[in-house]
Design a protein around this ligand. Structure first.
Ligand code: TXA
Ligand code: MG
Length: 326
């Protein structure tokens, strides 16, 4: 039924292992236009096409030895930018001559793509500018009445969007958006990884990142997020002092909960457990946003290694690069 909706040009929100997607046939510009309308997304921000098998990419894009090598991470949380073939309408790629290709591993996503028989163009299933959805309840809040079908796949496993890479040469990639396929994993496979500036830095007005979506103040809740940068004791003592201020909420590590009791808290897992931080981050931001009394959210800034780089990137964007050194 959902596959038929896709084939007929409709919209289906579906789970993936990263975040929920808002899908439509990637072969139809009309269907793609519906995605932009449902999300309130600027039409120059291109969509990722989701395939059932890495080998299918040759039908829609020009693949390369680097792509073949990267496909060892597929199915999984990885997106690769390739020169596009004409079969993909330019409305899907925001007018670019490249297309973003991803093979998700979530069984519902795989089954949907296979039975639709077409590639599925899908951005994250949130309204433009909001944190991505990692539970079906959040998709319903954002998309009910705007899509034809919403599929429930439980909580998203990773919780952050896929890693986006632009290959150049046979062994080098530019990292446009960090995710669960980490720099360290890519280097272990023999790739040289170059970070696009937009991964860690705020771009100047008018500067255009390689992934157009990275220019937006994405992943942002309504409350002001302030990231605390410092050693563990310093962050904890800052939180102890500020946690009672009017409208303040704290994102904290599990082992600090006792020392901060009585304050408005959201536990994000144990210190050093980036998997749980990633898994919970967007849901926690949404839960805090649902409380209109929360005006300021303090969160610890994670280290930039492994999955921490993706957390750092999303938190920096959510915070509008507001960091307090403690
Ligand atoms: O995990 C994910 O990637 C999720 C799930 C649903 O697959 N999708 C997702 O899509 O995060 P979206 O649209 O929210 O983010 C896609 C990012 C945007 O920053 C967009 O600008 C970039 O990918 N992008 C898409 N096509 C591109 C292209 N041809 N060249 C450069 N960047 C591209
Ligand atoms: Mg998105």
């Amino acid at each position: 039924m959902a596959a038929e909706v896709i084939r007929n040009g409709g919209l289906v929100a579906f789970p993936t292992e990263t975040v929920y997607g808002l899908g439509a046939s990637a072969l139809s510009s009309k269907a793609a236009e519906k995605i932009f309308a449902a999300k309130g997304r600027p039409s120059d921000n291109p969509l990722i096409i989701h395939l059932a098998d890495p080998g299918d990419a040759t039908r829609y894009a020009i693949t390369s030895p680097a792509y073949d090598k990267l496909s060892r991470f597929m199915p999984g949380p990885l997106t690769v930018i390739l020169p596009k073939r004409d079969i993909i309408p330019s409305s899907v790629t925001g007018g670019l001559d490249t297309v973003a290709v991803r093979v998700p591993s979530h069984p519902i996503a795989c089954a949907l793509i296979r039975s639709a028989g077409v590639p599925i163009a899908a951005p994250s299933a949130n309204r433009s500018g909001k944190p991505s959805c990692t539970t079906v309840e959040h998709v319903i809040q954002e998309m009910d009445g705007r899509v034809d079908v919403i599929l429930d796949g439980g909580e998203s496993d990773v919780g952050l969007e896929s890693t986006i890479l632009l290959p150049f040469g046979d062994h080098s990639v530019k990292l446009l958006r960090p995710g669960a396929i980490t720099v360290e994993m890519l280097e272990a496979e023999g790739f040289t990884v170059i970070l696009d500036k937009a991964v860690t830095e705020r771009l100047a007005d008018g500067e255009i990142p390689l992934a157009p979506g990275m220019k937006y103040r994405h992943y942002a809740p309504e409350a002001q997020v302030i990231l605390l940068d410092g050693d563990h004791e310093a962050v904890l003592s800052y939180m102890q002092n500020r946690g009672d201020d009017c409208g303040v909420a704290l994102i904290i590590y599990e082992e600090d909960a006792e020392k901060l009791c009585g304050k408005r808290l959201k536990v994000i897992g144990k210190r050093g457990d980036s998997l749980t931080y990633a898994h919970r981050l967007f849901a926690v931001l949404r839960e805090l946003d649902a409380d209109s009394d929360v005006k300021v959210i303090y969160a610890p800034l994670p280290a930039k290694d492994n999955l921490g780089l993706a957390l750092y990137n999303r938190l920096m964007k959510a915070a509008g690069y507001s960091v307090k050194t403690v």
